[in-house]
Design a protein around this ligand. Sequence first.
Ligand code: SF4
Length: 409
Amino acid sequence: MELTSALLSARRPTRRINVGDVPIGDGAPISVQSMTTTKTADVDGTLAQIYALAAAGADIVRCTCNEEPAAEGLAHIVPRSPVPIVADIHFHHEMALAALEAGVQGLRLNPGNLRKEAEIKQVAAEARDRGVPIRIGVNAGSLHPDLYKKYGGATPEALVESAKNELAYFEEVGFTDVKISVKASSVALMIAAYRLASETFDHPLHLGVTEAGPPPGGLVKGTAGIGTLLAEGIGDTIRYSLTADPVEEARAGRQLLESLGLRERKGLDLIACPSCGRAQVDVIAVAKEAQEALEKLNLPIQVAVMGCVVNGPGEAREADLGIAAGKQKGHLFIRGKIIRVVPEAEMVQSLVDEAERLVADGVEARLAAADSGAEAEAEADRRALLDTTGHDPNRTAEKIEIIRRHSDN
Ligand code: SF4
């Protein structure tokens, strides 16, 4: 699949760091992160969640390291994890040192609550010696009180200055293996802060709208903030912060990157028409059924479910595979070309069967295997449907005429 990211603003150049085997910055694929919700001391429970997150699209997973049993848990988790592990540190620099000892591939420090210069430098020096990168994770909700006072609140300038101060401590001990985040729960504040951070630093940026809340609101906020910045070329790694199963975060992150053409499609992309007066089936129900059946196959294809054969195959001609409803029939198409006509009850099953064959055999082979009469049968259905519903099934022309009559009076 060709990536469509060339249509977006060019990505801002940043330095390269590596979190374990995942490269970040300097043109590396934008990575998806999420965070476990288990107690890190619960090794098996945490590993089960990490595996689920990795399967849903997470490239890196963060675990809290808030107490000694958590650090001990990390020592068991890191060697068995399928993805690099970042330890999340607040307040206690000893926990950062313990996490490094446990073998984590990254640290996240919050400059708002880990404030002693000597301790910060000690952690940075240890990370430097071990070759482990650190994220300077500034958060509007836990901004350093001095900066809050200086700027009269958590402004973009205050968030960026917090990161700058921390970076200065790091640089004093010769440590530059850093990525930066300036998160806020306000989407507008977060966008402004990251724009400023992008002008200020050449370190990779980790994007997120913090405390975004449960879906769908949390998804909307995360997408508004992260998506806007990515479209401007800002951001090297992302995390949705949802009050939900973190698998939802990983899935959303992956889908956002795929939808912007910034990562290759790994799984299903189901598109469907919104339905209208011309629809010949319950599009919502068929799309839901198709999504459930196709998701299980985990195939990297775009599949369309369209409500009618009049516009469906044409409007969805970019889709790898699709089905459009006719009169009690389904018109199965590949890249807009009808290959088979099936009974309405078999629409979803025929999509599933064809999806597997398409991925196994390729587009050309499946087009060559099309039923010979399929195009003609679809055309006859299309004409029949046009005869029944006309060219204006939503009675738009009639409505406009009524509106005009009202305005003339
Ligand atoms: Fe769906 Fe057909 Fe209506 Fe388009 S014209 S929205 S494909 S039912």
